[in-house]
Design a protein around this ligand. Structure first.
Ligand code: GTP
Ligand code: MG
Length: 299
């Protein structure tokens, strides 16, 4: 068999919230550029993760989880970002969990199908499946009524089937040169990634509601002559009571968030970081399109 030339293309990862889309992108890129949490609706923006090897350049497009309930302006903007990111890519990886197809997955599928782009289905989190014998019947059932190029069980956590997934993706991509320099891993600035890392720590440290009604703005990102990054982050919340929770007793909660975010920034940016975090109140920002635009959510 003649070996294929170098292949390249855009591969969007789509699915309902919390199925593991960002985890898969980070695995392929080899760095945590897209934030992760155990709660749904963590990713809010489209983000590219670029994976370059000797044979290929795969540009993964991470998208926010697609969901049926639109409610607030923020939800509508996020859904629009997600479905808009599927247009014009070379391949869509639709992700569900291996426990089976749900009504919410069907909703995503209709959006995927509407793009007309070739799609593969990934059944993630096989590691938590109690009965592994269930996988094959699940695959056949889905295949009967849905049109996927391939259906592949994977586990990002236990790295199951990920090498062969990369090869399967490469087989589906067109021949063509790399569009990005081989050392570039994302289209997002360090300023954006810094804000996201602070937002991730809000998810890890705070109760049910708060991460969803907060936004993070990086008001300063400067490198000094000793290669130390000076970063100021403002955490926006909707009410004074929420501000008190983010700050915590004696400032402990905010201190924890800041320390954890700083350590991850130092790892990702490969330099020392001096991070200052503030909390400010901006009433009703999740329902105000103008404020959201100013915080970087495009409609
Ligand atoms: N057990 C298990 N957990 C996983 C696996 N992949 C991801 N997770 C976990 O699932 C949760 C959600 O992962 P994310 O990568 O943030 O999911 P997402 O689809 O990007 O979520 P949204 O951005 O909210 O749409 C996190 O707690 C991950 O650690 C897996 O293969 N097995
Ligand atoms: Mg995500």
């Amino acid at each position: 068999m003649v070996k294929k030339q170098f292949v390249s293309g855009f591969v969007a990862i789509a699915g309902r919230p919390n199925v593991g889309k960002s985890s898969l992108l980070n695995y392929f890129v080899g760095h945590k550029i897209s934030i992760i949490s155990r709660r749904p609706q963590t990713t809010r923006n489209r983000l590219l993760g670029i994976c370059t090897s000797d044979d290929s350049q795969i540009v993964f497009v991470d998208t926010p989880g697609i969901h049926a309930s639109e409610g607030k302006v923020l939800n509508r903007v996020i859904n629009k970002t997600a479905t808009g990111s599927l247009e014009g890519v070379d391949l869509i990886l639709m992700m569900i969990t291996a426990s089976g197809w749900t009504k919410d997955d069907e909703y995503v599928y209709q959006k995927v199908k509407a793009t007309g782009v070739d799609a593969m289905l990934l059944l993630n989190k096989t590691d938590v499946l109690k009965n592994k014998d269930q996988i094959l019947p699940t695959i056949s059932e889905i295949a009967e009524t849905h049109d996927f190029r391939e259906i592949i069980p994977i586990s990002v956590k236990s790295r199951y089937n990920l090498d062969s997934l990369q090869k399967t993706i490469e087989d589906a991509l067109p021949e063509g040169p790399a569009g990005f320099p081989e050392d570039q891993i994302t289209d997002r600035s360090q300023r954006f990634l810094a804000g996201e890392l602070v937002r991730e720590k809000l998810f890890w440290h705070l109760g049910e509601e708060l991460p969803y009604i907060s936004a993070v703005e990086i008001s300063r990102f400067e490198m000094d002559k000793n290669d130390v990054a000076h970063i100021d982050a403002t955490i926006w919340v909707e009410k004074p009571g929420q501000k008190a929770i983010v700050i915590g007793k004696g400032g402990l909660s905010l201190k924890n968030i800041g320390t954890k975010a700083r350590l991850e920034m130092e790892r990702l940016f490969q330099c020392r970081v001096h991070l200052e975090c503030w909390v400010k109140v901006r009433k009703g920002w999740t329902n105000d399109a103008a404020i959201m635009r100013s915080l970087g959510y495009d409609e």
